[in-house]
Ligand binder design. Structure first.
Ligand SMILES: *Cc1c(COP(=O)(O)O)cnc(C)c1O
Length: 364
């Protein structure tokens, strides 16, 4: 049966490099803060076109550490979208600040810049645009609003490493860019991992210190930090994979282009790629205007796995009930949760698989 994602196939295609990276790390017993971490940090930072990279435990920690580095705390408000993975917003609450949601643009599924102004108050300190599914949010108007209201921008690029907006790489447009190396992401580790990239030396220094309990000198902490390092083993694996990232993203684009060509004009609207953007198709997500769950079940019975990213908007999840939002507050996010369906997309997906996916959808 076709897989939704096939990490085994990817491993087989680069097995020698991965195995030797793992063996080298173990032989050298370099497990914490070894040379692979520093090498990956500088490679990813320069790939994104920024000065510093700081490897961390996860993409979630990358977002949290960025907020801490920018001084976000109780009494502050941070704007993001309710149509994303909960990590984009629970980190805001973890700092003591209040998450404030803004609805999405229904075409791109990303935060709608036209709706941001109405959510800004005296307490607003930052905006977290999420580059959902691998397409950058509409950053120019977001940057303009942020400048005008003196707000920080933290890019949630967990799904968008390699994506571009008007020729600029994801992670190069905000004060901080946050990357996840969760195994299923476009550049995935064999466990958890994440990174913040930034041009701000002070922010970089804070996060480098934060990840070792706020201690610039061992056993002498300047501030309350955490234990959040990227494992050297994961960094070594990521270094072996990194040279393939652009090629893999190109293959995702090829498959997406095929899907979109075949589905265009059908009632299953293919994703809209906005002007002058490079989409890296972490997910290929269509809209099924009616009976999405039934369509997903039918596809499953034909051997085609699909996923719903995401079934419940954040403002309607119990964890955020204390914020007092209600159904109807963000109609586009709520409608997206009912309509979206992500199809299998990954570099190793065979042509006959993409043909089978399209054939099954069109035969409804
Ligand atoms: C995966 C993801 C995260 C969190 O990354 P982890 O490495 O799993 O902690 C944050 N935001 C978005 C949009 C994600 O997809």
């Amino acid at each position: 049966m076709m897989k939704f994602l096939d990490l085994q196939a990817q491993y087989q295609s680069i097995k020698t490099d991965i195995d030797s990276a793992i063996q080298k790390t173990i032989n050298a017993t370099q497990f914490i803060m070894g040379p692979a971490v520093a090498e990956l940090e500088s490679k990813i930072a320069s790939y994104c076109g920024v000065s510093y990279g700081i490897g961390l435990n996860s993409g979630t920690d990358a977002l949290f550490a960025s907020l801490k580095a920018l001084g976000i705390m109780t009494g502050d408000e941070v704007i993001t979208t309710p149509f994303t993975f909960i990590a984009s917003a629970d980190v805001i609450a973890l700092t003591g600040a209040k998450p404030v949601f803004v609805d999405i643009n229904p075409e791109t599924f990303n935060i709608d810049p036209r709706k941001i102004r109405g959510a800004i108050t005296k307490k607003t300190k930052a905006i977290i645009p999420v580059h959902l599914y691998g397409q950058c949010a509409d950053m120019d108007p977001i940057i303009e609003i942020a400048k005008k209201h003196n707000l920080f921008i933290i890019e949630d690029a967990a799904q968008a490493l390699g994506a571009e907006y008007h020729g600029k790489k994801a992670c190069s447009m905000g004060t901080c860019g946050c990357i996840s190396f969760f195994p299923s992401k476009n550049l995935g580790a064999y466990g958890d991992g994440g990174m913040v990239v930034t041009n701000d030396k002070k922010v970089a220094d804070y996060i480098k210190t934060w990840r070792v309990h706020g201690a610039r000198k061992k056993y002498n902490s300047d501030f309350i930090g955490d234990s959040s390092r990227l494992d050297n083993l994961q960094a070594a694996i990521l270094l072996a994979k990194f040279p393939h990232l652009d090629g893999w993203n190109a293959k995702r684009l090829e498959r997406a282009t095929y899907y979109s060509k075949q589905l265009s004009g059908s009632k299953y609207s293919p994703p809209v790629v906005d002007t002058d953007r490079k989409h890296v198709f972490h997910q290929y997500t269509i809209r099924v205007p009616e009976k999405r769950d039934k369509v997903a079940l039918d596809l499953k019975s034909k051997g085609i796995p699909t996923m719903v990213y995401y079934p419940i908007p954040l403002h309607l999840q119990p964890a955020f009930s204390y914020l007092g939002y209600k159904a109807g507050d963000f109609p586009e996010s709520e409608r997206a949760c009912k309509e979206v369906l992500s199809l299998p997309i990954y570099p190793e997906l065979a042509d006959r698989d993409t043909e089978q996916v399209v054939g099954s959808i069109m035969s409804f």
